[in-house]
Design a protein around this ligand. Structure first.
Ligand code: SF4
Length: 378
């Protein structure tokens, strides 16, 4: 893996004996590696400035996570129709740099953190397995860190895949904008492991998704995963308006459908640009007005986030659904992180729980029971 893009690697002295540090210590460049007894840059308080946020992407802190790894997806809030899955956070911050990234209004730690105690995360999963082995759990690792962009260093996917192969009813979603998959391909087949890509037209990747893999490389990586027996999902999210959006999103649909058929893709979702109002200032500071995101005309929606107006969102969703359906009517697309009203006005004309094929993703009864159990344990 290319480590030259990082400024420093800080290792918490308490985790020097962890299996991860023992394995990678010889790979980390000596002149950039430091063992520390307190969090570096801990004098930064409150919201991060532009330079502090930029710095946080270039400095990794390896430490132990001291809470419960297993949490409910933050999208599961009143006012949103979300797929309601659980998240396992194995770190915090991302080494890529998308203009719209919600971490800009979420993170106030001054460096990227990678948790070294994955063994404890797997132990939590083992305990849940004792009670829920037969339930249909869906668990993602890409909520506050990309699932795979550092994975060729940590190899965490390999440990997770090994575990998930023992619980075929559960699904693991590895969500990424990288193309790093080669190091786990030999663990396939594992149909309950979903390699999952956020995709956008190459034009938007170049203008908004800095440091991410090209569309071509993401699709190539997805094909390798499919051929090795993993499941796939694509999230065309966030769709970003720009003058040539129709042409560019049609081209994206072409590129996906030339390689994949509906039966190859377990979940295909779309979402449009959205962000917290307080994110606007740091996005403008970091990306100026060259970005289609910082220049976007957006309005407050029912969950407090800023979004394109409803009419434009529906036009974009209907357009992309039609593009897929024109290629093959069997393509099924759902809208994650959208308001119930958008679902009702879209071509689906129904809420996600009643859309064919999505019932399993929205099993609120299981989620509620598990949440109760977790809150009792914490
Ligand atoms: S890849 Fe995801 S987590 Fe990383 S910067 Fe982009 S949006 Fe944020």
């Amino acid at each position: 893996m290319d480590l030259s893009r990082f400024d420093m690697f800080y290792i918490d002295h308490e985790v020097l004996d962890s299996p991860l540090i023992k394995r990678i210590k010889s790979i980390l460049p000596v002149e950039k590696t430091k063992v520390v007894s307190k969090i570096p840059f801990s004098d930064s308080k409150g919201d991060l400035s532009k330079s502090e946020f930029d710095r946080s992407k270039k400095n990794i802190f390896f430490t132990k996570f001291k809470g419960s790894f297993f949490k409910r997806c933050p999208g599961a809030r009143p006012g949103l129709s979300c797929c309601n899955y659980f998240v396992l956070n194995l770190g915090l911050q991302c080494d890529m740099n998308c203009s719209y990234c919600y971490l800009q209004s979420f993170i106030n730690t001054p460096l990227m953190t990678v948790y070294t105690n994955i063994d404890e995360a797997i132990e939590e999963l083992e305990n849940l397995k004792l009670i829920h082995e037969k339930d249909n759990f869906r668990i993602g690792t890409g909520e506050v860190i990309d699932s795979l962009s550092l994975d060729d260093l940590t190899l965490y996917s390999r440990q997770l895949i090994d575990f998930f192969k023992t619980v075929p009813n559960w699904k693991l979603e590895l969500k990424t904008k990288s193309s790093k998959v080669d190091h786990f391909l030999n663990l396939g087949p594992a149909k309950n492991v979903i390699a999952s890509w956020s995709v956008n037209p190459q034009y938007i990747i170049e203008s908004e998704e800095h440091g991410t893999a090209s569309l071509k490389n993401r699709l190539l990586a997805a094909k390798k995963c499919l051929d090795s027996g993993f499941s796939l999902s694509f999230h065309i999210d966030p769709m970003i308006w720009h003058p040539e959006w129709k042409k560019n999103y049609s081209q994206l649909v072409n590129e996906i459908t030339q390689v994949f058929s509906p039966s190859d893709v377990l979940v295909l979702s779309v979402g449009a640009l959205r962000f917290q109002p307080e994110q606007k200032a740091i996005m403008r500071e970091r990306f100026g007005f060259k970005s289609w995101v910082t220049r976007a005309e957006v309005f407050p929606s029912s969950d407090g986030k800023l979004r394109y107006d409803k009419k434009l969102r529906l036009e974009m969703f209907d357009y992309i659904v039609k593009e897929f359906k024109d290629k093959n009517p069997l393509w099924n697309i759902f809208f994650c992180m959208e308001t119930p009203e958008t679902w009702l006005k879209s071509t689906f004309k129904s809420l996600p729980k009643s859309v064919h094929g999505l019932k399993e993703l929205f099993d609120h009864k299981i989620i509620k029971n598990t949440e109760n159990r977790l809150s009792l344990r914490n």
